[in-house]
Design a binder for this molecule. Structure first.
Ligand SMILES: C[S@@+](CC[C@H](N)C(=O)[O-])C[C@H]1O[C@@H](n2cnc3c(N)ncnc32)[C@H](O)[C@@H]1O
Length: 419
């Protein structure tokens, strides 16, 4: 039988290196280093409890393993598709492309693709036995396909989450023998609909989305009753339970991005058999390809999805982080990597914002964190910049009009400055 813990866990030295501690009222729990780490060191690796590729991303033919999201295209296929140019030939492909087509396989009933037999088996034992649609995989009238279509119409790219995470989770609850353990893990995640202390609601749960959320709930409930009813999960599909489930994914899910071309670029640039002239030529060639990609694919270069991670979700945010997330295996396994030397007793802090957002004003950063993660950031940098004028970064200005919480916050801050 499959060891369910092997699917979720981080390596077993985790609690030798870290402790989870409540160190302040605002942030609640924090992850604290027990040992020292040097810049560039991997603090830990972790696989998600549940993950899924985004549906638009899949529709646009970003081929990835259904279980671990490892790309299924070779670097050459990937660049040809994204750059819309079937004449591109990548040099040194054999040494630098990691896609292993000979290991790929598919579910014999529905044809879903996996990067290996191991992934196919793990998916089967965790959820796919329940979710395999067989001949109905392409049937637009199958309730799961209808739900996915409705979801796609509600959430156009750039995608941040998917209703399929909820479907997979319900199937896992049905299938796995130790589902109390999964239930326990889920109960550890932040899933409040509002930040009770500061009364900040989640953006996906604002009034304007109530009708959408209700139709998603009704459809999911129908699928649940007919396909994988589990008595313990019935409350998840009540009105409140469903909002909480949504909030759990909204507040905790971590984006996953994989790409055969970027791995190729990484590997090819490390080849030490090339002369200086060959290296220069190669750099120029790759720059040109990226130029092409910018025109044809813009920012959409990766197979994208999201997942929830038990231990990564214990790490608080800082606008001046000392660690970062990376997907070094080009699949859903996440690594937390030190950005600087870390001493015992120091809190591990990552950024929930991307690089561009991190470079924005304090006002913009705080707004993004409030909307997505329901907190007023109390990090060292935000506290140090508290006297900064309340300036919104340029790229954010057009969003300002429809942000009712911004206005409340501006008024409060203006009042504070007057007093
Ligand atoms: C993914 S959880 C991190 C772990 C969390 N502290 C816990 O106890 O489970 C994210 C939540 O932690 C809190 N948090 C994280 N970083 C914070 C920060 N810089 N300032 C204030 N609260 C923070 C917020 O409540 C946020 O919604």
């Amino acid at each position: 039988m499959l060891d369910i813990n092997a699917n979720f866990n981080v390596n077993n030295t985790f609690f030798e290196n870290f402790e989870i501690k409540v160190i302040d009222d605002n942030k609640n729990r924090s992850l604290i280093a027990k040992n020292s780490f040097t810049k560039g060191q991997v603090l830990f690796n972790e696989r998600p409890i549940v993950s899924a590729q985004f549906p638009w991303n899949e529709l646009y033919k970003y081929k990835a393993c259904e279980f671990c999201m490892r790309p299924l295209e070779s670097a050459q296929e990937n660049i040809r598709r994204l750059a819309e140019d079937s004449t591109i030939n990548l040099p040194y492909l054999k040494q630098s492309c990691t896609t292993k087509r000979s290991l790929h396989c598919a579910c014999v009933n529905c044809g879903i693709d996996y990067c290996s037999e191991d992934c196919r088996l793990q998916a089967y034992h965790l959820y796919h036995q329940t979710l395999c649609l067989g001949d109905n995989r392409q049937n637009p009238n199958h309730p799961i396909n209808i739900l996915m279509d409705v979801w796609k119409q509600m959430h156009f790219p750039p995608e941040t989450t998917t209703i399929y995470l909820i479907i997979k989770l319900l199937a896992m609850m049905k299938q796995i023998p130790q589902n109390e353990e999964l239930m326990k893990k889920l109960s550890n995640f932040e899933c409040g609909l509002v930040n009770e202390k500061d009364q900040i609601p989640h953006k996906l749960l604002k009034e304007k989305f109530f009708n959408e959320l209700e139709s998603l709930r009704e459809m999911t409930l129908e699928i649940f009753k007919n396909n994988f009813y589990v008595p313990e999960c019935e409350s998840w599909l009540s009105k409140d339970g469903f909002c909480q489930l949504f909030s759990l994914f909204g507040r905790n899910s971590q984006g996953i991005g994989t790409s055969p071309f970027s791995v190729y670029v990484d590997n090819v640039s490390k080849l030490n058999t090339l002369s200086k002239i060959e290296k220069k030529k190669l750099d120029k060639f790759i720059d040109k390809l990226y130029g092409k990609l910018e025109k044809t694919a813009g920012n959409f270069l990766n197979s994208e999805g999201s997942g929830i991670y038990e231990y990564q979700s214990m790490i608080n945010h800082s606008c001046r982080p000392n660690a970062e997330i990376s997907f070094r295996n080009n699949n859903f396994e996440l690594s937390i990597v030190a950005l600087q030397d870390i001493e015992p007793g120091q809190e591990i802090l990552i950024s929930y914002l991307d690089e561009c957002e991190l470079n924005s004003s304090r006002h913009t950063r705080q707004k993004l964190l409030r909307e997505n993660y329901l907190f007023n950031c109390q990090c060292e940098r935000c506290l140090a910049e508290i006297d900064q004028p309340d300036v919104t970064s340029d790229e954010d200005l057009e969003d300002d009009d429809d942000d009712e919480y911004e206005d409340i916050d501006d008024d409060e801050e203006a009042e504070e400055m007057e007093n």
